[in-house]
Structure formats: C-alpha cells, structure tokens
Design a protein around this ligand. Sequence first.
Ligand code: A2P
Length: 292
Amino acid sequence: RLYSIASTRHGDDLAGNTVSLCVRQLQYEKEGETINGVCSTFLCDIKPGAKVKITGPVGKEMLLPADEDANVIMLATGTGIAPMRTYLRRMFEPAEREQNGWHFKGKAWLFMGAPTTANLLYDADFEHYQSQFPENFRYTKAISREQQNAKGGRMYIQDRVSENADEIFAMIENPKTHVYMCGLRGMEPGIDEAMTAAAAAKAKAAAKGKAFDEKAALAEAKKDLESNDVDRMKAAMDKLTAVGAELYQEVQKTAQAAGPAEGEKPAGAKPEGGAKKTEKKADVVDADFEVV
Ligand code: A2P
C-alpha cells in the first residue's frame, strides 16, 4: 500500500529520525460481515515500539516552490491532507522555518473537504496557523454532510472553489501561484468544472465592460465625426482604431484564460508552473522503522 507522508524531512519532533503517516482504517460491510482493510488495520492497531519495515518511492515530487513569495493553493479531501500538512508545517511552524531558513511570505490557501467536523484532520493546527499568520494563510472547509452548497446539496470543495472563483482566478493568473491537489480522484472533474465556469464568467464580465466602453467611445466619436473639424475627425478615427486593438487583445486574453473550447483536447486544468502529479516512477528505498 502507498500512504502519503505527513511530516517534513525533520519529522514532527524535528530530530530528523521520525516519519508521520496519515492513515485511515478501511472498513466496510459485505454480506452482513464487517471487512477491515489489511494494511490500514495493521497500522492503526500496532503499538508503540513495534517494528515495521516500510518501503516506498522517493524523489523530488510535489515539492513546494523555493520562492518565499510564491502563492500556494491546496485542495484536499480526507487523508489527502497529508502532503498539505507537511507544507503547512514548513510554512508556519516556527522551528521548521528556522531549520530550513525558508520564511514563507506568500499566500497559502487550503481548501479541505471532510464529511463531518469530527473528520477534519489537524484542524486545531491549521486554525492556529491562521491565527498566527492571518495575512499568509487562509483555511476554507467544505464539510459535506453538515454544510449545504448553493443548490442545497452536499458541500464539496469544488463548491467552495466556485464561491471564491474570482479570487482564485486572479491568483492563478499570477505565475507565482502553484496549485496542489490530493485526495479523491472524483473531485478533479468538479474542480475543473468550477474553474472553467469561473473563466467563462470572467470572459463574459470583461466583454460586458468592453461593450460599455465601446458604446461610450462610439457616441463620442460620432459627435467628433459630425463636427466637420478635420483635426477632431482625425483624432476620433485614431481613437476608434486604438479601442479596436485593445478590444482584440482583451478577447484573446480571456479566450486563453477560459481554456480549450468544448470538444478540444483539454490542456489540463493546471495553471502555469502549477499542479503537480506524482505518477512518475521514482526510486525505491527500504527502511526499518519503530512505531512511536
Ligand atoms: P461525502 O462522502 O459526504 O459525499 P473522506 O475521505 O474522509 O471520506 O472525505 C472525503 C470527502 O470528500 C467527503 O467530504 C466526501 O463527501 C467528499 N467527496 C466525495 N465525493 C466527492 C467528489 N466527487 N468531489 C469532491 N468531494 C467529494
């Protein structure tokens, strides 16, 4: 089984010789019988001091940007919070900041999806970071079975993305912004859809603003063109040409932001320099660990 590591290279005690995993026990009913997942149950039941052998892919995957001024948007459901917890420790735990000599100054925004409040993992830590770094950290929860989305359905993180679409969109237009996603694969189309809707809304708003400008410019130009004053008429023509060029550029920009049209192969929902996937094969290491 592969479980995501939820601690930085320094470990939670910062001594550099522990690793934390975030594992949920798999349990389901089958023909009236309760089935427990083999590995998750083993891990959840072992006692401190027990020896375990772990093995796993290692490599430079899903790393944070080196830039202290980068912005980081994190989207997680359930135990998908593991890598995000690591990032947030690196960003906001004072001892981590000191050890790494990396003092995050950008904006970090975590969207966390869980079925109930009780299922929120590391919630107290994240609330604490938010109180300590209000300018740098935003924590938005989607508690599916306790909160409702605008349509009265379960609140999922894509609904939170839709609610904050303008701000998120403005952030991802900035090349310093990186987006990380971890958790249920099922959330991917929903997030994609929410961002596509946000891009379309933005394109529409920009076009509406331009249409208004265009109308005003045309009314003014009409007056100038009817003035029989050659200089005024010439100035009006120049102005109309400039408005046309600006409008063309805006349309190009918003079309790019909106992504491929329906039927085209999607270029991926990731912004420039953004979402990273961990599908690449990496080196494998074996190690003996003791449970603490
Ligand atoms: P729900 O199960 O209430 O429908 P966990 O892994 O701890 O079960 O949490 C996963 C969270 O993600 C739950 O809140 C779950 O909601 C939610 N979820 C389920 N399906 C999707 C989906 N397609 N997109 C986004 N979130 C989802």
